[in-house]
Every structure is written in structure tokens, then in C-alpha cells.
Design a protein around this ligand. Structure first.
Ligand code: PLP
Length: 402
């Protein structure tokens, strides 16, 4: 195995670690492209891709090289000084995403928190909302991260229970329902925060036209539209950003996860100038946000995504993967859905949960994880080839019909 051959990984994790996750019992030690290897040398096709943080594939050689080169030169200056990677990162990500301002942060949750701060400040200073009255509308079954203000507007009991008291100022509406959104807007509404496709809720795709309707409502009522594209963004759904499927542009777009190709926690708030323009020196920050190592990694991770055709491949392999999944015959399957390489198979509640299928898949060399008990998400790296999709499908078919 490895240097500490006597280590019982499961027992040590159980004894010394907080039990805030319930992972599949597979101990990985190596990754390359779509594949990962466990400590016994068994190889698996990774159909989770670290919740879409490794869209570019594991240990992508170009991103690795950019990271090593930058790490040998300069890693962190803090924002007290400037570094020569930040401006090129801004230029490149703005050009790619058609944004006019960027706020670099680290985790996805931090990008969400930062957006909340910015739209509230915008509400008071630009829209004219009375002090401390700002309201933000969010969706039922949302997932935006794990910090206190975020779990405070979660509707998932296990994410919230006994973590209160929570910050006020959030209103929950059903996802995919533009009328409910309109009914919830008041003169104090500063933002509507939504995922273009709800990932953690089980790859829930809203009705066609929903994002367009939300965009129109937000524009009409002077409400900022915040799209959380931390999971849907950067090629996952077959477009650079999922908003492109409906031809809309958010006022703030949140990206994270694959912004580093899985090498480093990097996130960003992308915005028009009006909203991020409200931040003045000293009002927000992060020691690591915008550090030169992160910027160099993100620059290469974005280049790789575009130059290696990963977004087109996501659309192409995703369409094929979806059709083939739909062909699997098992009465326990309630629905198969997806866009690009963000796919899901949902089982009827009577089927007794999706986890047993995940274990079956793991035994056959396909790693996938259930989400919300009855759904399995299939979201491999965007580099997956037709042959690799076929390899996975053969095993998925045999486990789901076996
Ligand atoms: C993962 C995720 C987040 C949180 O990102 P972290 O880096 O885990 O904080 C927020 N929103 C969405 C849609 C996500 O999928």
C-alpha cells in the first residue's frame, strides 16, 4: 500500500475525523484524466469529478505545469501588494465570460457570501432600499454552500437543524416557478439568487424559459439576478455557462470548482460594473483571494477548457450518455435527465435508495454518488471519450438491470 502500511484508513478517519461526510469506502491515491486508482491499484472511471471541480480531468498536465512554474516563483503576496498574475487573470476571465468586473475569492461558499454582501450594499446605495431592509429571494431545495448565512436559507433540514439563529433577509420560492418569483418581489428586493440547474437537489432542470422569465422580472423590478454557476458553469452543461442555454446574462455570475481544474480552491464573482462597483477599499477581502498561484492556475484551467474542446465534448458526450441512460430498462427508475455531462438517474422511493447501486457500480469500477437518497448523478470529467462513456454505460446497465 503506502508508507504507513499499517494504517487502517477507515478506522483512523472514523476515530479522528469529524463525521460530516459519509463517503463510499474507496481510498483513492492517484488520478489521471477520467480515471482514479485506489490504494490496492484498482482503477475506476470517475463519474462525479469532485462535484464538477475536475471538469478538465484529474491532474491535467498543462494546469499542473502552470501550477509548478508559478509555485516556484511566487505564491502569495496578500492584496496589500499587487502581483503580476491578477491583471491577466481579470482580462482573460472577463473576455471569456463577457464580464466587466471580477472579485476573486477561494471557496464557492465565499463567492456566494461575497455576492450577498455586494447586492445588499448595491440595494442600499444604488436602489435606495431603507437600511437593513434588503431582501434576497432564493429557491426551495437550493444548494449554495455551508456557511451560516447560506445554510440559514437552505430548505434541507439536515443542513440547518441546530445551527441557528440565522441571518434574516431571505425569502424562499419554489424553483422553476416564475410567477412565484414575481409574487415574492417587493420594493426591498435586491436580488434573486438561483442555480441554473439545481445540482445537489438531484440535477433538477427548470422548465424552458424559466431563466429568461427570471431575467425579465429582475430587470423590470430593478432586482439583481445572481446565477450560482459554481457547479453548472465552465462547460459542465455543454456551454461555458448554463445561462447561455436561455440566452440570458446574469448581473452576477458565481464560478468556483472547475475554475482551478481541481488543483486549488479558487472562486470568483463575475459582475457588471454597477454591483461590484459598490465595494470600496477595506470593505471586503480575503488573504488568499486573487493570489498569484491561484490566478496562474485559473488562467491555465480556463485555457485548457476552451483550447482542448472540452465544452463541445461535454455537449456531445452528454447527449449520447443521456440517450443511452434513457434506454436502460428497470422499473425502479423514475426519471433520467440531464444537460451536457450533468446527468442523473432518479429512482422511485420504493426502490430503497440509490446507494446500493453506487456500491454495485464501485465494484465494477464506476464511481458515482447518490444525491438526496434516490438519485445518482453521473458527471464525469469533460474530457471523457465515447469509448469511456461506453465503458461506463456497460457497467451502469448491468448494475441497474442486474
Ligand atoms: C459546491 C457548490 C457551492 C459551494 O462551493 P464550496 O467550494 O464547496 O464552498 C455553491 N453552490 C453550488 C451550486 C455548488 O455546487
Amino acid at each position: 500500500m503506502n508508507a504507513i502500511a499499517s494504517t487502517d484508513f477507515l478506522a483512523v478517519e472514523s476515530e479522528l475525523g469529524a463525521h460530516n461526510y459519509k463517503p463510499l469506502d474507496v481510498i483513492l491515491t492517484k488520478g489521471e484524466g477520467c480515471w482514479v486508482w485506489d490504494v490496492d491499484g484498482k482503477k475506476y472511471l470517475d463519474c462525479l469529478a469532485a462535484y464538477s471541480a475536475v471538469n478538465q480531468g484529474h491532474c491535467h498536465p498543462r494546469i499542473f505545469k502552470a501550477m509548478m512554474e508559478q509555485a516556484s516563483k511566487l505564491t502569495l503576496t496578500s492584496r496589500a501588494f499587487r502581483n503580476d498574475q491578477l491583471a491577466p487573470f481579470y482580462e482573460e476571465i472577463c473576455a471569456l465570460t463577457n464580464s466587466s468586473k471580477v472579485l476573486p475569492m477561494n471557496s464557492g461558499a465565499e463567492a456566494v457570501e461575497s455576492a450577498i454582501k455586494c447586492v445588499r450594499k448595491w440595494g442600499y446605495e444604488v436602489k435606495g432600499v431603507p437600511e437593513d431592509k434588503a431582501e434576497i429571494i432564493v429557491c426551495r431545495d437550493n444548494f449554495h454552500g455551508r456557511t451560516l448565512s447560506i445554510v440559514g436559507f437552505s430548505t434541507d433540514p439536515s443542513a440547518r437543524k441546530n445551527f441557528g439563529p440565522f441571518a434574516p433577509g431571505f425569502k424562499v420560492v419554489p424553483f422553476g416557478d416564475a410567477e412565484a418569483l414575481e409574487a415574492a418581489i417587493t420594493p426591498n428586493t435586491v436580488a434573486f439568487l438561483v442555480e441554473p440547474i439545481q445540482g445537489e437537489a438531484g440535477v433538477i432542470i427548470p422548465p424552458n424559459g424559466y431563466l429568461r422569465a427570471a431575467r425579465e422580472l429582475c430587470t423590470r423590478h430593478n432586482v439583481t439576478l445572481i446565477l450560482d454557476e459554481i457547479q453548472t458553469g465552465l462547460g459542465r452543461t455543454g456551454k461555458l455557462l448554463a445561462e447561455e442555454h436561455e440566452g440570458v446574462e446574469a448581473d452576477l455570475t458565481l464560478v468556483g470548482k472547475a475554475l482551478s481544474g481541481g488543483f486549488y480552491p479558487i472562486s470568483a464573482v463575475l459582475s457588471n460594473s454597477e454591483v461590484l462597483g459598490v465595494l470600496q477599499p477595506g470593505q471586503h477581502g480575503s488573504t488568499f483571494g486573487g493570489n498569484p498561484l491561484a490566478c496562474a492556475i485559473a488562467r491555465e484551467a480556463l485555457k485548457v477548457l476552451v483550447e482542448e474542446g472540452m465544452i463541445e465534448n461535454s455537449e456531445k458526450q452528454g447527449a449520447y450518455f443521456l440517450e443511452e441512460l434513457k434506454g436502460i430498462r428497470n422499473n425502479a427508475i423514475k426519471e433520467v435527465r440531464g444537460r451536457g455531462l450533468m446527468l442523473a438517474v432518479e429512482f422511485h422511493p420504493e426502490a430503497g435508495g440509490a446507494r446500493k447501486y453506487c456500491y454495485g457500480l464501485k465494484d465494477k469500477g464506476v464511481l458515482a454518488k447518490e444525491t438526496h437518497e434516490h438519485t445518482i448523478r453521473f458527471a464525469p470529467p469533460l474530457t471523457v471519450s465515447r469509448d469511456e462513456v461506453d465503458w461506463a454505460l456497460e457497467r451502469i446497465n448491468s448494475v441497474l438491470t442486474g
